[in-house]
Design a protein around this ligand. Structure first.
Ligand code: IVH
Length: 670
């Protein structure tokens, strides 16, 4: 093999993949594959040190910043970490440390901190006299992007430290997204046709590197602090002290970090974390091992790209290869036709996978998947199996393209792909597949959670034409159920009791169960808070809906269209007849300081950020308005308030200062 050529090739490949990963947030290969390429380069360069060049990816931690953000120079470079992939690598790490430190040290004199390696984006937060003044990404290690405004929207990042005595602190940590939030975000992106985020890191990065911080604010990001640029800025002498100290300043630190007096304990902690991993709400991709003592850290120092005193031990990737046998096309409750890969059964992280979603046509075309391909599959977020890519090298020419059907595989109606949408839909409202899916959703846990009416029994009742639509559920009788295949007297009684109990559902739950397009759980609960009854919602206009914070144009239109459909109106009449009456919440209930108040902020606030102010309103039972309308009850005017203040005055609204607003909340007698 021509080593020089391979090194050049690897550098180009790594550069391209790093660009896609760090700058575009849209990787083509998995982290595991990237690590393998990187390792190959490191190994070759170690064997041939004369071929190492300063611009090799092995010498730089990340990617240069994109130019849309202001640049920030890190006072102390933000380094990356070397990787270990096995417990053997961890022992080798300690041996390297001991060799470097010479005879003065033995294995007994080294102790470590073992911390979860959260899969997110590294950031630096600068605090001056306790105030958060600047936040940035790692960028290329020496210069990053200024994302102060974006970071300010993350509630875990405190704007003021509990102790302001330090002149300047450069806190390092990870911004990340929960599995649940990522799944939710991808669900929304699937609807709007935006490309899906491949992993939590890309989702966190994509959400932070938004020029408009309002977009970041909507993305429910979290933060954990794990380090400091310069330990000299702190009173601490070790990493374990540092984590405790950061916690005492009001910064979140991981509860899973452990002090380990020996490498053997580091290894057993690694095994524990690998087990714990499945149970966490967020993704961790390994464990970071750090020499605990700061003096020792300093003595060990850094290499070009990474410190000598720390290493990231990666968990084995939950990925494997198998064969794509065929593709099924499933019709969902909104008519969306989803391609599903039928796979030769393969084990991924202890689970046998034989099906994986291909999301939509754009996704399988972008990945250029073909029937007969050997494919790399993974369980994303450890739950939903998905196809990462085809292993093109394994093709033999017999592979066939995947063809998106032009007619609905269930009802035969023509399919439609609206311009700008990623989803292909069956637009026949009477399509049996859609109707059945809608019924299954209605009684499922995401809907009214009617026990005993799961997927299978609903399909059975649907096929027997005992339940054709939602009202039919509520008029089922004992005689119709008992005696059906798989049913007895008892199971019939049980299901009928569960149906009876579902007749007075909370309005939000009921709205979510209906499966109105663009009305998920969150929107449904917003509607519940805003409306006194189903009738009031049914008769509201698009303008009223648009005034509600969190309801966008698409959802508002979809709601109005839904309720103005005569067949929907008829369905509600039948439901009412059957005794189904959703119960509204208490939007104007008086047990919270701002219940029934509709509040708008304008001008510059002194002590609160806009996000904090809005959160306070919501937490205290109020609603946020975005414009001055009749519905508004209070306007909170900060400095330089302009036209909104004028209009609110004209309409005779109550005008508050920021201080008065805070007083209302504080003085409220609970
Ligand atoms: S220490 C010089 N600690 O892993 C020390 N990093 O591959 C550098 N990470 O860039 C980082 N959890 O984004 C450290 N507890 C932890 C971490 C952690 C996650 C990330 C971080 C870093 C990358 C290194």
């Amino acid at each position: 093999m021509d080593v020089e050529k391979r090194i050049r090739e690897l550098r180009l490949l790594l550069q391209e993949h790093a660009h896609r990963y760090y700058t575009l947030d849209d990787p083509l290969i998995s982290d595991g594959e990237y690590d393998l390429l990187f390792q190959e380069l490191l190994d070759l360069e170690e064997e041939h040190p004369d071929l190492v060049t300063p611009d090799s990816p092995s010498q730089r931690p990340g990617a240069p910043p994109v130019d849309k953000f202001e640049q920030v120079v890190h006072h102390t470079p933000m380094l990356s970490l070397e990787n270990a992939f096995s417990t053997g690598d961890l022992r080798a790490f300690e041996e390297r440390l001991l060799r470097f430190l010479n005879q003065d040290f033995t294995s007994d004199s080294l102790s470590y901190m073992a911390e979860p390696k959260v899969d997110g984006l590294a950031v630096e937060l600068v605090y001056e006299q306790g105030r958060f003044v600047q936040g940035s990404t790692r960028g290329d290690g020496s210069k990053g992007e200024d994302i102060t405004a974006q970071l300010k929207t993350i509630s875990a990042i405190t704007h003021t430290l509990l102790d302001s005595s330090a002149q300047r602190l450069e806190v390092r940590g990870e911004v990340f997204m929960d599995r649940e939030a990522l799944i939710q975000l991808n669900r929304e992106r699937l609807l709007t046709g935006e490309p899906l985020f491949a992993n939590p890191r890309n989702a966190a990065a994509g959400s932070l590197r938004q020029l408009d911080p309002a977009v970041t604010a909507k993305r429910s990001l979290k933060f954990l602090a794990y380090g400091i640029a310069d330990p000299g800025q702190t009173p601490c002498t070790s990493q374990s002290e540092l984590l405790a100290w950061l916690g005492s300043l009001g910064l979140p630190v991981s509860e899973l970090a452990r002090f380990c007096p020996s490498i053997t304990e580091v290894i057993s902690r690694f095994e524990q974390l690998a087990e714990l991993r499945q149970t966490l709400a967020y993704e961790i991709d390994g464990m970071v091992v750090k020499i605990n003592d700061f003096n020792l850290q300093q003595r060990l120092g850094n290499k070009a790209r990474a410190p000598r005193w720390a290493i990231a031990c990666k968990f084995p990737a939950i990925q494997t290869t198998t064969r794509l046998i065929s593709v099924d096309f499933q019709v969902g409750r909104t008519g969306a036709v989803t391609p599903v890969a039928i796979l030769e059964p393969a084990e991924v992280g202890g689970v046998t996978v034989s099906r994986a979603t291909l999301h939509n046509r754009d996704e399988f075309e972008r990945k250029d998947l073909r029937i007969g391909d050997t494919v790399l599959i993974q369980r994303a977020g450890d739950v939903i199996p998905e196809v990462v890519k085809a292993i093109v090298e394994k093709r033999n020419g017999s592979e066939q393209p995947i063809v998106m059907p032009t007619a609905c595989p269930v009802c035969g109606h023509a399919l439609l792909k609206a311009p700008g949408e990623a989803v292909t839909r069956c637009i026949n409202p009477h399509c049996p597949a859609q109707r059945l899916r809608a019924l299954i959703h209605f009684s499922s846990r995401a809907g009214l959670d009617i026990e005993g009416l799961g997927k299978k029994s609903m399909a059975q009742l649907f096929n027997l034409k005992l339940v054709r639509d939602i009202p039919d559920i509520f008029t089922l009788e004992h005689g119709q159920l008992a005696g059906l295949e798989g049913w007895g007297e008892k199971s019939a009684d049980k299901v009928l009791a569960a149906i009876q109990a579902a007749k007075k559902p909370p309005l939000g739950k009921f709205l979510g169960a209906l499966g109105i397009r663009f009305v998920g759980e969150v929107t449904a609960s917003l509607l519940e808070q805003a409306f006194l009854s189903l009738d009031q919602l049914m008769n509201s206009s698009i303008d009223v809906l648009l005034e509600l914070e969190g309801i966008g144009e698409q959802a508002a239109r979809s709601i109005v269209d839904y309720f103005s459909d005569p067949s929907v109106r008829e369905m509600f009449a039948r439901l009412q007849q059957a005794g189904v009456v959703p119960e509204a919440g208490r939007p104007s209930g008086g047990d919270l300081p701002l219940s029934g108040r509709v509040i708008l902020f304008t001008g510059t606030l002194n002590t609160l950020s806009r996000t904090e102010a809005k959160k306070l309103v919501k937490d205290n039972g109020g609603q946020i308005a975005t414009t001055v309308t009749q519905k508004l009850t209070h306007l909170v005017a900060g400095e330089k308030a302009g036209s909104k203040l004028k209009k609110a005055r004209e309409l005779g609204k109550i005008i508050l200062t920021e201080h008065e607003f805070l007083e209302i909340i504080q003085n409220f007698q609970r």
